[in-house]
Design a protein around this ligand. Structure first.
Ligand code: SF4
Length: 113
């Protein structure tokens, strides 16, 4: 008959495994946003802007006639004041914001197509 405790004796007394330390979840702070960005977020909460899903607003270089069309869309947008404040403050690197091109199309010497 085999000894059912032989293996246990060979291994010795079981070591006490320490209890894992309680991990306190740490809240990740949200990135700081400017008041202008916050105001723009609020303005867009329940409003679908004319620029939504329109890739022309994302272009670096905006042809003149396209710029006029985009400006007409912006003039109908009720989020325009908040959009203009955000763009003026943050200075986006590209795109068309509140009727104004930003990025490459604003650089001196850049030709509009
Ligand atoms: S004003 Fe700003 S949010 Fe409104 S359509 Fe123009 S770019 Fe979009």
């Amino acid at each position: 008959m085999t000894d059912p405790f032989a293996t246990r004796r060979r291994l010795g007394r079981p070591r006490k495994i320490p209890e894992p330390e309680a991990v306190t979840p740490v809240a990740t702070p949200a990135p700081a946003r400017s008041p202008e960005r916050h105001a723009l977020d609020l303005a867009l909460t329940d409003y679908r802007t004319p620029c939504a899903d329109d890739d022309r607003f994302l272009q670096d270089r905006i042809p003149h006639d396209t710029g006029q069309a985009l400006s007409a869309l912006c003039s109908k947008c009720r989020a325009r004041p908040a959009c203009a404040a955000y763009a003026t403050t943050e200075g986006p690197k590209a795109g068309y914001w509140a009727g104004t091109p930003y990025g490459d199309s604003r650089r001196p010497g850049t030709k509009q197509r």
